[in-house]
Design a protein. Structure first.
Length: 467
């Protein structure tokens, strides 16, 4: 009994009694302060958005090390015994086409290491959008070592694709993507609100029980806040609805990623595209040599002309640091370099977008990038668990299965009118441009109103009974 004080209905720990934020504040203590409102908002976000953040962090943690996992699982396809001399790239493409006669050849990635296979990429009518069929060819023997369905510009194999789709949408299609957008939309609010609450405290959170958990929760959040804000911002670029806002902002600021013109000027009488990657005049080997001569070193991808009047497009695909994303367009008839686009000439916004995506995926700085993201994901998982544990500590101990008490209602009434109006305007603007945040905020307000009505009615009934 030394650590608790009891009243007829509720048991509160001394931790709660000594922390002014957990009891109903006086009008003098909270007048004009955002802290009571932030406490209630942070509490409800932790309770309702916490599960979505937990799933996003856990699935993100699984995704971080998928490149190493793929190299282990698909080592037969991705690596080959080092031989004496490599076969012409066109022969490797021809071997892959013989192995997949019902597919259309679209791109090829020569191996960027002595023991790397050549990836010959095909499209096929039965594949989903951004999904490809890739043949892995031994560059020394032109033997097709296997085929896999791959996804996206990163050529993710089946395992990485499955984990990626789990992280983005729980394998529930467009509806499932709402979960990750909800997590990304609220993560930055949770982080900023937590920072303001922690650094605005009037005393350090020392002690045992809930205070100790609070210290762990807040200190860890402070250390990883910058990365969490970064993950929230970059995550929204992939979202279903907020991505449209991001695209509009980039367009207004002229931050779009530039692209190469891939049309070929007419050369009367010269050959035309014959389909299946066969173009009269210039072979893929010659195109690769032309691109190398134009300064495209490192790993590259060669996209074949998609029809008459189209050019080969060769681009660097190195996403690690330093980023190499230069590209050239080559006339399939004459071998002339029609245009060149250098990553150094990208607008700053396009560069930041490229770096942000790669850092979010854990590939920009290699293993260091992966370890940082892994540490942040584990930290977020721990903070969520600590947050729920603190909620459990706030429950009335007389009720063994009771829920933790929310922070006091009505904190917004104490705000000065100019501050309240400004807060409403900012919230409305954010809700308009981040629609999932806006809809979920309305949902939170409705739930809060219902809970307040139910608890208010229960309290009045209890008072009449006690009287």
């Amino acid at each position: 009994m030394s650590d608790t004080l009891r009243n007829p209905r509720t048991t509160m720990t001394t931790d709660e009694l000594t922390e002014p934020d957990t009891a109903t504040p006086t009008k003098t203590a909270r007048r004009g302060s955002l802290r009571p409102l932030l406490l209630r908002l942070h509490f409800y976000l932790g309770v309702f958005v916490g599960p979505f953040l937990f799933v996003a962090a856990l699935s993100g943690l699984l995704y971080i090390f998928t490149p190493q996992l793929e190299r282990a699982i698909y080592s037969h396809e991705l690596t080959v015994p080092v031989g004496q001399a490599k076969q012409p790239l066109q022969e490797q493409v021809d071997a892959a086409q013989r192995a997949l006669p019902d597919a259309t050849f679209v791109r090829v990635r020569p191996g960027d290491a002595d023991d790397a296979s050549t990836q010959v990429i095909f499209s096929r009518a039965d594949l989903a959008e951004s999904h490809w069929l890739t043949a892995y060819v031994d560059p020394y023997t032109s033997e097709v070592r296997g085929t896999l369905e791959t996804y996206g510009s990163s050529q993710a194999g089946p395992v990485r694709t499955w984990i990626d789709e789990l992280h983005r949408g729980l394998h529930l299609g467009d509806f499932g993507r709402l979960y990750s957008e909800l997590a990304a939309s609220w993560l930055w609010v949770v982080v900023l609100g937590g920072l303001i609450l922690w650094w605005g405290r009037r005393r350090p959170a020392k002690g045992k029980g809930r205070r100790k958990l609070l210290s762990w929760h807040a200190t860890t959040g402070t250390w990883v806040a910058i990365v969490l804000l970064f993950l929230s911002a970059t995550g929204l670029t992939w979202s279903q609805y907020a991505s449209e806002t991001v695209a509009d902002i980039r367009s207004a600021l002229s931050w779009e990623t530039p692209t190469l013109p891939a049309s070929v000027p007419l050369h009367g009488g010269h050959g035309e595209h014959q389909g299946g990657g066969q173009v009269t005049g210039t072979t893929v080997d010659q195109v690769l040599n032309i691109a190398r001569g134009s300064g495209l070193d490192g790993p590259v991808e060669i996209a074949v002309p998609s029809g008459s009047g189209k050019a080969y497009v060769v681009k660097q695909i190195q996403t690690g640091w330093p980023t190499k994303q230069d590209s050239v367009a080559v006339d399939p008839n004459t071998g002339e370099v029609l245009a060149k686009l250098k990553f150094d000439d990208f607008p700053l916004g396009a560069k930041l977008t490229r770096w942000g995506i790669d850092a979010h995926m854990g590939v920009l700085f290699g293993l260091v990038n992966q370890l940082v993201l892994a540490a942040v994901c584990v930290s977020l998982l721990a903070m969520i668990v600590w947050g729920y544990r603190m909620w459990w500590h706030r429950r009335p101990t007389k009720d063994r299965f009771g829920f933790g008490r929310p922070f006091p209602r009505g904190a917004w009434r104490s705000l000065p009118k100019p501050v309240l109006v400004g807060l409403i305007v900012v919230t409305a603007v954010l809700a308009w441009y981040l629609p999932v945040l806006g809809v979920s905020l309305i949902g939170f307000l409705v739930i809060d109103a219902i809970i307040g009505r139910v608890r208010g009615g229960t309290s009045r009934e209890t008072s009449r009974t006690d009287a």
